[in-house]
Design a protein around this ligand. Structure first.
Ligand code: B12
Ligand code: SF4
Ligand code: SF4
Length: 256
C-alpha cells in the first residue's frame, strides 16, 4: 500500500482546484477516495448499473485500483440556483467549468502516476451514446460510492461529506492504492429511516417523485434550461433537486 501516493493524488486534485479558483468563489475543498478493486464488489456493477456497465479492467487491462474525486460548489454558486424553476446562469457556467476542470485533473493524475511507472485509464464520455437511453456505461456515482466518498440520496445523487452540490470524476489505474473506508451510515435522512423528501418538493418538473425518477423528463428540463441560458457551451443543467436541501453542503443532521 502506497499511502504517499494517495496523499500526493489528494494534494494534486486540491491543487488543481485552487489554481483554477484562487479566490475560492466557485469550488470548495475537493474530496478524493480510492478503492483497490479486490476490496470492493466492482464485479457487481453490471447488476446494479446495467449489463452494459464497464468494469475497471475494460478501461485499463490489469487495473488494480480506482480513484474518485468530488469537486463541491461554493455556497455562492449553489445558492444562485435556489429560487425559481429555471437554472441560474452561475449554476450552468459552473457545471461547464467543472467538466473542464475534471478533465484537467484526469490528465494531471495520469501524468504523476505515469512518472511513477503506472498506467491510467479514463472513461471518455461519448454523450451521443448516452443520449439515446440516457444511461452511461461508466457511472461516476457508483464508482464514488465504491471508493467510499458517500452514499446515495433520495434525490438519486451521491451525498458526500461536503453534501451533494458538485461534480464527480474518476479514473482507473494499475497502481496499488489503499481503500478508503465506506461511510459508517447512510447520509440521506430518508435512507436513515427519517422523514424528509425536501428534494422531491424542489422538482417543479415532476421528474423526481415519491415513486420514481424519470430521466427523460429530467432531461427535458435540462434542455429547456440550455435554451434559456444560451451559452457558448450547452448548459443542459437544472439541479433544483440538489440545492436548498439539508444535504446540499454537508451530511444532514438527523435525530430520531
Ligand atoms: C446521463 C446523465 C444525466 C441524464 C440522465 C440521468 C440518469 N440516467 O439518471 C440527465 C441529463 C437527465 C441528467 C440529469 C442530472 N444530472 Co447527470 N449525468 C448523467 C451521466 C452522464 C450518466 C448517468 C448514468 O447514466 N449513469 C449510469 C446509471 C446506471 O447509474 P447512475 O445514473 O449513476 O444512477 C444510479 C444511482 O442513482 C443508483 N442508486 C440510487 N440509489 C442507490 C443505492 C445503492 C445502494 C446503489 C448501489 C445505487 C443507487 O441507481 C441509479 C440507477 O442504477 C453522469 C456522469 C456519469 N458518467 O456518471 C451525470 C451525473 C450523474 N449528473 C450529475 C448531475 C449533477 C445532474 C443534474 C443535477 C443536472 C445538473 N447538473 O444540473 C441532474 C440530476 C438528476 C438526478 N436527480 O439524478 C452528476 C451527479 C453528481 C452527484 N452528486 O451525484 C453526474 C455524476 C455528473 C458529474 N460528473 O458529476 N444526468
Ligand atoms: S433532501 Fe432529504 S430526502 Fe432528499 S436526498 Fe437530501 S436528505 Fe435525502
Ligand atoms: S434536475 Fe431538475 S428536473 Fe431533474 S430531477 Fe432534479 S429538479 Fe427535477
Amino acid at each position: 500500500m502506497d499511502y504517499l501516493l494517495e496523499s500526493q493524488i489528494r494534494g494534486l486534485v486540491q491543487g488543481c482546484v485552487r489554481r483554477s479558483d484562487p479566490e475560492r468563489k466557485i469550488w470548495r475543498d475537493s474530496l478524493t477516495g480510492f478503492a483497490q478493486i479486490d476490496d470492493r464488489p466492482f464485479d457487481r456493477l453490471r447488476t446494479w448499473a446495467g449489463e452494459g456497465h464497464l468494469l475497471p479492467d475494460d478501461i485499463l487491462p490489469g487495473a488494480e485500483s480506482v480513484i474518485s474525486f468530488f469537486i463541491p460548489f461554493t455556497e455562492e454558486v449553489t445558492c444562485s440556483n435556489n429560487e425559481g424553476t429555471m437554472a441560474s446562469k452561475d449554476w450552468g457556467e459552473t457545471y461547464v467549468r467543472t467538466r473542464d476542470l475534471i478533465e484537467e485533473i484526469g490528465f494531471e493524475i495520469t501524468s504523476i502516476l505515469e512518472a511513477g511507472g503506472f498506467n491510467c485509464g479514463v472513461h471518455q464520455e461519448r454523450y451521443d451514446s448516452t443520449v439515446k437511453d440516457l444511461v452511461s456505461p461508466w457511472s461516476h456515482r457508483h464508482i464514488a460510492w465504491l471508493c467510499g466518498l458517500g452514499s446515495f440520496g433520495r434525490n438519486n445523487l451521491l451525498i458526500t461529506e461536503a453534501g451533494c452540490s458538485g461534480r464527480l470524476g474518476s479514473l482507473v489505474t494499475d497502481a496499488p492504492l489503499s481503500t478508503t473506508p465506506m461511510p459508517e451510515a447512510e447520509y440521506c435522512i430518508e435512507k436513515q429511516g427519517g422523514s424528509c423528501g425536501v428534494c422531491i418538493g424542489r422538482c417543479a418538473k415532476g421528474a423526481l417523485t415519491e415513486e420514481d425518477y424519470d430521466r427523460y423528463s429530467c432531461r427535458e428540463q435540462c434542455l429547456d434550461n440550455a435554451a434559456n441560458l444560451k451559452g457558448e457551451d450547452l448548459m443542459d443543467v437544472c439541479g433544483k433537486c440538489l440545492t436548498k436541501l439539508p444535504c446540499t453542503f454537508r451530511v444532514p443532521v438527523f435525530s430520531r
